[in-house]
Write a new protein. Structure first.
Length: 246
């Protein structure tokens, strides 16, 4: 299973290399400047798309001089040390990478396919994600910092492509929303209806996410981001106004 998963992520990385994040015909760097507008980026994705195209000592706007992965450092390792290793720059937890003033933090809440703790992959998958997270100090810290960011006064959270299928993540968002400070903007092909998805083997019923989060929703977009950035100026204006709301 692990070998198949790592092979899939490796194939994804090769595919991304042939399909640039930005529009080839534009020098506007819409996606990178958009990402640089956030105070922090949290992701559940375990691929390396943003590491390859965005994260690093590169300035995409005047707010940050670059971005980085807190508590992680690159290591030199041979394939024989880490089975199925298909990437050039694996990473491992490090207490020395905790704070980088002037750099935007980028947190991978479920680890990454090229992260290791010793010889074990730091990759959260399966049905007991919360339990797996508790075995890793760096992932526990990531989730604590996610909760702290959500709890800050007047916090705004833009949720892009998350299906609200992870209860441990949903609970952090709901608690912040119920405290009355959080404002949420959804980008998903289902729009706000994504909050209704809750599936069991025999029946589909809504989890009470709509009831818990509806008062905090300030907007939603059903457009794919690529279309928004490169061919839909009206939708782009709506998305960018998210950053102007107090």
């Amino acid at each position: 299973m692990t070998a198949a998963l790592i092979g899939m992520f490796s194939a994804m990385r090769k595919a991304y290399a042939t399909h640039p994040l930005e529009d080839n015909d534009s020098n506007a760097l819409w996606v990178k400047r958009f990402l640089a507008s956030f105070d922090a980026i949290f992701t559940l994705n375990q691929d390396t798309l943003l590491e390859d195209y965005y994260v690093g000592d590169v300035r995409w706007n005047e707010k940050w001089s670059g971005s980085y992965l807190p508590y992680m450092e690159r290591i030199n390792a041979e394939a024989k040390t880490h089975p199925y290793l298909l990437v050039d720059s694996p990473m491992t937890p490090s207490i020395y990478r905790a704070a980088s003033p002037g750099l935007q933090p980028y947190y991978k809440l479920h680890g990454s396919f090229n992260w290791f703790s010793g010889t074990e992959r730091l990759l959260v998958m399966g049905g007991n994600k919360a339990g797996t997270i508790r075995t890793s100090d760096v992932l526990v810290t990531y989730h604590q910092e996610f909760a702290q960011q959500l709890a800050l006064p007047s916090t705004r959270l833009m949720v892009i492509g998350y299906g609200f299928g992870d209860q441990h993540i949903n609970e952090l968002i709901c608690k912040a929303a119920e405290a009355g400070q959080l404002r949420i903007f959804l980008i998903d092909l289902l729009g706000i209806d994504v909050l209704n998805k809750q599936t069991t083997r025999t029946i589909r019923t809504p989890e009470p996410l709509v009831e818990r989060l509806s008062a905090s929703i300030v907007g939603a977009s059903r457009r794919p981001l690529r279309r928004t950035f490169f061919s839909d100026p009206v939708e782009l204006d709506k998305v960018l106004k998210f950053f102007q709301r107090a």
